[in-house]
Design a protein around this ligand. Structure first.
Ligand SMILES: [Zn+2]
Ligand SMILES: [Zn+2]
Length: 330
């Protein structure tokens, strides 16, 4: 089968992914084999391909927002041909302290799709049967793919930040995840304040119902109840903290940050403000979000790339060259 393969991480401008032929995977017991219809491109893929996340295997096929159709390993619950989604959390041990307490996102021995096992930048992929999610018919392949990480993680960020209906919420950065998150916030009647670089991202935010839109250095005109940061930048985290009311929460939606600069505790954190990270996701987050997405008619903004253009798709994510999400169609 054709796949995009990573063997030595380097800057995406050097095109580290090699497009070539690899053996088609086979489903082992407890797994399904999928024909990949679409695979979303996530900033985490960029961190893997560029090496900010250390390599876990000699070679890996990236991609963890897979929409595919079951070809092997069908069961009564997942019949042949079922269209399912696969996300970043590809498996957990089910036995560690965290798994036993419903915190499988923090599992000590997790499997990560497209990182510790091969992912969906390929014609076929396999996945654990208990970590695939049947997709509503209303969501077509192209538009379902970005929901599977950008969407679910954005939804989890709202939970981590403790967002309640009608609150004032800041989104710092406006890429694939934020443009889906704003739809949920609008459905919850929240006022949304967006700080982001790039005029086209600001226009998109305004068109999706943001109450206020500013550049990445601009401070929202009101104090926020919650803020979610999407950019892999510690400066943005500090800017978000500086926008909170007392008792407010910043949720950092980034698997990698450059660093967090020194900041003034007395002014920025005192007053029971909280700084929290968002780590992975649970299957419960995935199911709840996909249900919400179907209910509110959530529609991702997408740009499709053929598999041959996987490097270009990642470069587009890195340079914020596209609005919304990039999706690879094998
Ligand atoms: Zn992701
Ligand atoms: Zn565990």
């Amino acid at each position: 089968m054709k796949a995009a393969i990573l063997t030595s991480p380097q800057d995406i401008s050097k095109h580290p992914l090699e497009i070539g032929d690899v053996p088609q995977p086979e489903a082992k017991p407890g797994q399904v084999l999928l024909r990949v219809h679409a695979c979303g491109v996530c900033r985490t893929d960029l961190h893997i391909v560029e090496g900010e996340l250390p390599p876990r295997r000699e070679r890996v096929v990236p991609g963890h927002q897979i929409v595919g159709e079951i070809l092997e390993g069908a069961t009564a619950e997942l019949p042949l041909g079922t269209r399912v989604g696969v996300c970043w959390l590809g498996g957990v041990d089910g036995s560690c302290w965290y798994c036993q307490r419903g915190l499988e996102n923090l599992c000590d021995s997790p499997t990560f799709t497209g990182y510790t096992v091969d992912g969906g930048y390929a014609e076929y992929a396999r996945a654990r049967s208990d970590f695939v999610f049947p997709l509503p018919a209303a969501l077509d392949d192209l538009h379902a793919a970005p929901l599977l990480c950008a969407g679910i993680i954005g939804f989890r960020s709202l939970r981590v930040a403790g967002v309640e209906h009608g609150e004032r919420v800041g989104l710092f950065g406006f890429g694939a995840s934020a443009h889906l998150t704003i739809a949920v916030l609008r459905a919850w009647k929240c006022e949304v304040y967006v700080s982001t670089r790039g005029a086209s991202h600001r226009r998109l935010a305004a068109s999706l119902g943001a109450t206020w839109v500013g550049s990445e250095t601009e401070k929202p005109p009101v104090e926020l109840d919650r803020a979610i940061t999407f950019a892999p930048s510690g400066d943005v985290v500090v800017a978000a903290l500086g926008s909170l009311r007392k008792g407010g929460v910043v949720a950092i939606n980034a698997i990698h940050l450059d660093r967090i600069p020194e900041f003034d505790y007395d002014r920025l954190l005192w007053g029971e403000r909280q700084l929290r990270s968002v780590t992975n996701l649970t299957r419960c987050d995935a199911r709840d979000f996909l249900k919400t997405a179907a209910e509110i008619g959530l529609r991702a903004q997408v740009t499709a790339f053929p598999l041959d253009q996987a490097n270009q798709a990642l470069l587009a994510v890195k340079t914020d060259a596209i609005d919304g999400a990039a999706v690879i169609i094998p």
